[in-house]
Write a protein that binds this ligand. Structure first.
Ligand code: 5RP
Length: 249
């Protein structure tokens, strides 16, 4: 099927948006196999917008693939690009998933959850045979996680446990600072996730051992999931505003 030639499209007026789009289009074109990939995970955030846009170009009468969302925004992206919507309950085995990231280290370990969708993002990506990251190059850490991303590790918690988890993060895990994310739909009060939970952002500085930190946080009562994605991603596509894409695998 004829896909839009990216080089023939007028560049987006904002260089950062152009960087996200070239990363997303290239990631889809190089990894999505329309003949064999029947269940496709679609992540959340501003870069995945272009993944859904590109996947939409693969839809025609001969294709038959279903897209699994990772949250409310992702569901809207799937529908608005005329992609077929499914759920992870209906399709627990995902052929390929695409998502953004807040930070990616040299070993493809990730911080995610800047958009508060980390639980469903982890559910979908860990159910996928292939998990591909799309991002602009600001997300690439030259060293540790926590090098560029200074907002802390997002942690989804059961609302009634937030005081206990905040205390445990500081007393048991020596976190530098932690707070419940504010700015929910009413712009006052906590952000509430698609699963009716809260998000705590916990600053651990530079994270030398993300696997250990993930395991330690998961042991705290009240924690549903962490935004540390360990050994999950296969490849990351980083778009630059000069039009080039860097691939890490
Ligand atoms: C949402 C996420 C996003 O994928 C992450 O925040 C990256 O978003 P963007 O592509 O807008 O930079 O983890 O929970």
């Amino acid at each position: 099927m004829p896909l839009t030639d990216l080089s023939k499209l007028p560049p987006l007026p904002i260089p950062l948006e152009q960087a996200k789009r070239i990363a997303a289009y290239r990631a889809v074109d190089e990894n999505f196999d329309v003949k064999t990939h029947k269940v496709v995970g679609v992540g959340s955030g501003t870069t995945v917008v272009y993944v859904a846009e590109r996947l939409g170009e693969y839809v025609d009468k001969n294709t038959n693939f279903v897209c699994i969302p990772t949250g409310f925004q992702s569901k809207q992206l799937i529908v608005s690009n005329k992609l077929q919507l499914g759920s992870i309950e209906q399709y627990p085995e995902v052929d390929i998933a695409f998502d953004g990231a807040d930070e990616v280290d040299e070993s493809l370990q990730l911080i995610k959850g800047g958009g508060a969708c980390l639980f469903q993002e982890k559910l979908v990506s860990s159910s996928a045979k292939k998990f591909i990251i799309v991002a602009d190059s600001r997300k690439k850490s030259p060293k540790y996680l926590g090098y560029n991303w200074k907002k802390g590790v997002p942690i989804e918690v059961v609302p009634s446990s937030y005081v206990r988890v905040l205390a445990d993060l500081q007393n048991k895990l020596q976190c530098k600072s932690a707070s419940v994310r504010e700015g929910g739909s009413a712009k006052a009060g906590p952000v509430v996730t698609d699963n009716s939970n809260f998000i705590i952002d916990a600053d651990f500085g530079e994270i030398a051992d993300p696997r250990k930190l993930h395991q330690d946080i998961k042991l705290l009562v009240g924690v549903v999931e962490t935004g540390l994605f360990i050994d999950n991603a296969e490849k990351a596509y980083f778009g630059n505003s000069d039009g080039t894409v860097q691939i890490q695998q």
